[in-house]
Design a protein around this ligand. Sequence first.
Ligand SMILES: Cc1cc2nc3c(=O)[nH]c(=O)nc-3n(C[C@H](O)[C@H](O)[C@H](O)COP(=O)(O)OP(=O)(O)OC[C@H]3O[C@@H](n4cnc5c(N)ncnc54)[C@H](O)[C@@H]3O)c2cc1C
Length: 492
Amino acid sequence: MEANRTLIIGAGIAGIATAIRQAVAGREVHVFEANSYPGGKLSRFELGSYRFDAGPSLFTMPHWVEELFELAGENPEEHFPYLKDDVACRYFWTDGTRLTAWADVARFAAEAEKQLGEPSSNVRNHLSRVQVQYDATAPLFLQSSLHRLKTYRWKHVKSAVRALPKLDLTRTMAQVHERAFKTEKMRQLFHRFATYNGSSPYQAPGVLAMIPHLEHGIGTFLPQKGMGDITDSLVKLAERCGVQFHYNAPVSRIQHQDGRVGGIELQDGTVWQSTTVVSNMDVVPTYRKLMPDWPAPEPVLNQERSSSALIFYWGMKGNFPELGLHNIFFSNDYPGEFRALFEDKMPGPDPTVYVNITSKLAQQEAPEGCENWFVMVNAPADYGQDWEALRQETRKLVLEKLSAILNRDVAALIVEETYLDPPGIERATSSYRGALYGAASNNRLAAFLRHPNKGNGPKGLYHVGGSVHPGGGIPLCLMSAKITNEWIVDQS
Ligand SMILES: Cc1cc2nc3c(=O)[nH]c(=O)nc-3n(C[C@H](O)[C@H](O)[C@H](O)COP(=O)(O)OP(=O)(O)OC[C@H]3O[C@@H](n4cnc5c(N)ncnc54)[C@H](O)[C@@H]3O)c2cc1C
């Protein structure tokens, strides 16, 4: 058996980051990826002369990417250039109200008072309160395993315990915002952050109100070569560290004997042996498909899925000066949108529309005078809905809303087009039901119910990525790689 070898199933961002950390720790690392390309959700493609990021568009906490270069003894600036945006997001409502949410808190607060009538002190106070919460709890809840005794002996426990009374443990996120803000529009704006982990603000715990601290306290960024460069530059780094990537290599079995992993079997029958296997595949199919003979942790796997998305990728002929990198066109009925998503399992009848245009900052992503629009609407996970009909209906609603608010015929400017729906997300990445972030956080215990990075599976099996601790989204996936690497290093 190869004792110094780590086998990683999947080249998603967490799989790549784990590979780098394991290679730096001196291990022989192989990554097996079902697709012909790396990155999973964080990948990109071309359509005519436009380039699109397939999935993530918001990049926060770039230092977690930089840390990987530093670990390998490299200067991140030489390999991974990125920009900081002064605007976190531009918001639009159907009544004509517009708001530029500056990344800088004082400027954002002043703008909110001017455009919405929300006292600027409310915005400043709320953001400084969630910053305190974040600083006190992130090291414990996000940057360590909740499932190791070692974590609870750590000095950060003290600060988290001290912060407990201020953590809004008994309220929902929406209730926190109702107390913090006076205007409905400001509440709606802050409720939106629940979708950053695919949840409903009306059910998600109040502690998630700290999510906007990432945008307004730390900032929003864009790699100079587009989001796909996070994947590309990290794959190159991994290769320089000696990691071997095997593409078009779907894994069909995790082999185990006497309660210990022995290796993996590829779909073509090839077997690779090792006593250390890391699955970056969604944890549900990891159990159901790769080791159906092992007792699965049913309550964890059967949790409600996070939301998914309907995405339209539009190559636009023309420029929209009023738009920026991130733009939100709000629903007139936000509670109705989340009821539809989580109760009826349907896209909202009046959906909130997110438009991301990377060519605003990375001009090479679209031809001159044109823009690459990534247009996303929240959708439920896939429960067998008629996605063809829902896509057509949603496209019509989206075009009507954007054309009315922007006062231009948006459809007439689309020259290239493709789409992605929840079944397409599952086909491309094996994410169960096409959910973007694994399980939803629509209850107070969600953080503790996520599958651990080292569970009760065969000894030597670890899990990384958006479906396990600490959660979905690029920064948390990078954290899962760090926590898992610590487990493996400590146990070898
Ligand atoms: C539309 C969309 C928008 C998003 N927006 C944002 C955003 O703005 N900001 C943000 O931070 N996050 C965002 N996210 C979430 C973020 O993309 C994910 O949390 C993160 O990329 C997940 O990474 P992962 O490591 O879990 O792997 P994944 O990206 O899920 O990739 C898993 C990889 O494993 C491979 N694989 C699976 N099974 C096997 C097997 N049996 N054998 C071999 N290979 C296998 C898959 O092919 C895939 O490449 C978004 C996601 C989507 C889809």
